[in-house]
Design a protein around this ligand. Structure first.
Ligand code: ZN
Length: 315
């Protein structure tokens, strides 16, 4: 059933609740509740998400059935599908199981309805965009590793990241991906003149996990607990930097995008955490600590850091 349809049903349910027609559940407020953490938790009244405008769930993940998320996460996916126009739809893989919990053997997280895997936008050997039916593993340049000629479409994937870090539907905590891809996306963003504040926000969100797969075959998105869910047992893990000054930052980015006034936002408007981690991991140091700014981001770094050398920690 399309997520958009389910959204409408849920809205009716909320209206019914407000009108006093429905009893409150044990912990639910009539909408979904993410309980616990991403790696130890469950979902109450999760929303099923199979397909909708602008996105598709390839057969492999449809059959797996890990299709449940919080209202906010599913709203985010629906919103992405509607906003990301292009020749192909966004391919959405696993969310959580019905009711959440440990989805063996696939995931350690994905337990509380706040995680979703997305496939990279790709092109075939002739450069033609297509909708992937599986996860391809890519080398650091974004070329599929077994010689199929399939490549990551970085410009389209940047548009996806841009939508994720500014989305109104849910507060995105992290966009996990292989660091060389993150650098390529940020290079592209700088090259096309995206607002510096947007690039900095994306830099904060894009992270290669230090304790699991490097995500050279898919993107993993995690959203924060909603304010209501926090009062009902939802627990955020990891850094909260994407929440610091979030509303103001997104408003400034939206303004900059609308007016193309990319220099209107200055370093002084940035919370210090927005400087983020401009760094490149090495094999010896996959989770990077204390790197200086790569040359291609020098102009951006100068704006963000006032020209000083930036020592950066990655978590
Ligand atoms: Zn995942």
């Amino acid at each position: 059933m399309p997520c958009a349809y389910l959204q409408g049903v849920r809205s009716l349910a909320v209206l019914a609740l407000l009108a006093g027609c429905t009893q409150l559940g044990v912990v639910s407020d009539g909408t979904s509740v993410s309980v616990g953490r991403s790696n130890k938790g469950k979902i109450v009244d999760g929303v099923r998400c199979d397909r909708g405008e602008g996105f598709v769930v390839p057969k492999k993940w449809r059959e797996r059935g890990n299709r449940y998320g919080t209202d906010e996460l599913v709203d985010l996916i629906v919103g992405l599908g509607r906003r990301l126009h292009g020749p192909t739809r966004l391919a959405v893989a696993d969310l959580s199981m019905r009711g959440g919990g440990l989805a063996r053997p696939w995931h350690r997280s994905h337990q509380s309805g706040r995680d979703v895997d997305l496939l990279y936008y790709v092109r075939d050997a002739q450069g033609k965009p297509f909708e992937p039916e599986e996860m391809y593993v890519f080398d650091a340049a974004g070329v599929e590793k077994t010689g199929t000629g399939i490549t990551i479409d970085f410009p389209r994937t940047w548009k996806l990241v841009r939508e994720l870090v500014t989305a109104p539907e849910a507060a995105v905590q992290r966009v996990f991906m292989y660091e060389p891809f993150a650098v390529k996306l940020l290079e592209h963003a700088v090259a096309i003149g995206e607002p510096e504040l947007l690039v900095a926000r994306a830099r904060k969100a894009l992270k290669q996990p230090g304790d699991s797969a490097k995500h050279d075959d898919h993107i993993h998105v995690r959203v924060f607990c909603s304010a209501t869910d926090q009062t009902l047992g939802c627990e955020d893990g990891g850094p909260m930097d994407m929440m610091i000054g979030r509303d103001e930052e997104i408003a400034a980015i939206t303004h900059a995008l609308a007016t193309k006034a990319t220099t209107a936002v200055t370093a002084t408007a940035l919370p210090s955490a927005a400087i983020g981690a401009l760094c490149t991991p090495t094999p010896a140091q996959p989770v990077c600590v204390r790197h200086t700014v790569p040359p291609h981001l020098t102009r951006l770094a100068a704006l963000l850091g006032g020209g000083r050398r930036i020592d950066l920690r990655w978590l």
